[in-house]
Every structure is written in structure tokens, then in C-alpha cells.
Design a protein around this ligand. Structure first.
Ligand code: URA
Length: 236
């Protein structure tokens, strides 16, 4: 990897600042001052910036508030991806943990920690995912019971017990929270369709122990803080 990219991914500064710093002679690689930002470094290189060793950190964790229209992928020919929304300095091997539909908004965790992703996505982990939804149709107590018991919502698919909370029912429309403990393709939309209703708007507000931070506006992302990292430790 290029030296300026390595330093940027280790959060020392932006690529443009780092290029200048490297040219000034502020960076050494394996004991030698290096002035070419494109110099190749590996995990075994010893790098210092202003005489301080740059410690290689293997993993990064970001939380993003995905807007509608953005795809949950690392690359896409036609759409902006959640990885396109990562800030400069985010490692290039970061990927989204799980997926949301293109028109679903809300919380996505991104990391390059494959073990954590695997554990959080494993069906047996039953990681909670809570969604806020606007529904075309009047959600009733019968729906709450059906969600609680689990029901056949697609050809071969029976939902695990899920929690449905009615927030408001007005003029043939409803607002609800739904918490599921699995994550099948289009699951919430299909569950409501099977109950004769349509999901008009969907936003994920929690993923496992993580909550969508109120201050994180749509399209923005930030690194997980210490509290959130501690919450994730059960999956590490
Ligand atoms: N269920 C859906 O139908 N869509 C999503 O994006 C997430 C859960």
C-alpha cells in the first residue's frame, strides 16, 4: 500500500496534508526518511511520523445513517454505495455488515472485522433489528399476535417471533416499530404484505446493541465511540 494512504488510514491526517508532510521529511520507513508519498509499505514496515511510531490498527468500525437511494454494497456501477459515504481515511477493506433495501433508511454498521460480521449475521445469533415503519393499512392487535407467534409470510418462510408495537393508526395508515431477530430478504415488507398491508417507509433504528444516534443525520457516518465498541465486544 502507498505510504500516504497507509498514514491516512491510520488516521494521521488527510492524504493531501500527508503528501506535504512526507515531502517535508516528517516520515520515516524502517529508519530512513522517505520523501515520496507513493513509497510502498507493508504490514511489516516500521513507520514513524514526527518521530512517533505509527501503530498499525487492523480494524475500523463505522456507523452510518443510510439514505434512501444508496445501495448496501462495496461497489455498484449505477448507484452510490454505503462505502462511498465513508470519510477519507477509512480503510479500503471496510464492508457493510448485513444489508438494507435501496429504499430503506437507517443504521448500518461497517467494518473490516470479518469475524464480528460473521457472528452478527449468523442466523443462530438472532441479533435484534428494530425498524420504524409507515404502513398503508390499519395495524391491529391481531397483527401484534401474529408477529408474536410467527407466521408463514412467503412460500417456504415462517417468521420467528417478532415484536410489533403500534405507535399510531390514522386514516387507513399506521406507524409502527417492528423488531425481528433474523434478517431474510425483504422480510419486513413481505411480512406486512402477507398481512394484507404495504410498507411505505422503512428505517432501521437498532442493530444488535447499536442504536442509530439522533445527531447522525442522513448520509452521515462516524466511527464507533468507546461505549458502542464495548457494546459490540460480545461479538468480538
Ligand atoms: N426488511 C425489509 O423488507 N427491507 C429491509 O431493508 C430490511 C428489512
Amino acid at each position: 500500500m502507498r505510504l500516504d494512504r497507509f498514514l491516512s488510514e491510520m488516521k494521521i491526517g488527510t492524504r493531501s496534508v500527508l503528501k506535504k508532510e512526507i515531502r517535508k521529511g516528517a516520515v520515516t520507513v524502517d529508519g530512513e526518511v522517505v520523501r515520496d508519498p507513493s513509497t510502498s509499505v507493508t504490514l511489516n514496515s516500521t513507520v514513524t511520523y514526527n518521530k512517533t511510531p505509527v501503530i498499525f490498527s487492523e480494524t475500523q468500525y463505522y456507523i452510518i445513517n443510510k439514505p434512501s437511494g444508496v445501495v448496501t454494497a462495496t461497489e455498484d456501477k449505477h448507484h452510490t454505495t454505503v462505502c462511498d459515504l465513508l470519510p477519507e481515511g477509512a480503510r479500503s477493506d471496510i464492508f457493510p455488515v448485513g444489508r438494507l433495501d435501496i429504499d430503506t433508511e437507517g443504521l448500518i454498521l461497517l467494518t473490516n472485522n470479518g469475524t464480528l460480521a460473521h457472528k452478527m449475521l449468523a442466523p443462530k445469533s438472532h441479533v435484534d433489528k428494530k425498524y420504524y415503519a409507515k404502513i398503508k393499512g390499519e395495524v391491529s392487535e391481531d397483527d401484534i399476535i401474529a408477529f408474536k407467534n410467527g407466521f408463514k409470510y412467503d412460500e417456504d418462510l415462517i417468521s420467528l417471533p417478532a415484536e410489533l408495537e403500534i405507535l399510531d393508526v390514522k386514516d387507513g395508515n399506521s406507524e409502527v416499530y417492528v423488531t425481528i431477530h433474523e434478517g431474510k430478504f425483504h422480510q419486513i415488507k413481505k411480512m406486512f404484505l402477507a398481512r394484507g398491508m404495504e410498507v411505505m417507509y422503512l428505517k432501521r433504528v437498532t442493530f444488535g446493541p447499536l442504536e442509530l444516534p439522533e445527531e447522525l443525520s442522513q448520509g452521515n457516518c462516524r466511527e464507533l465511540n468507546e461505549v458502542e465498541m464495548n457494546l459490540l465486544s460480545e461479538y468480538m
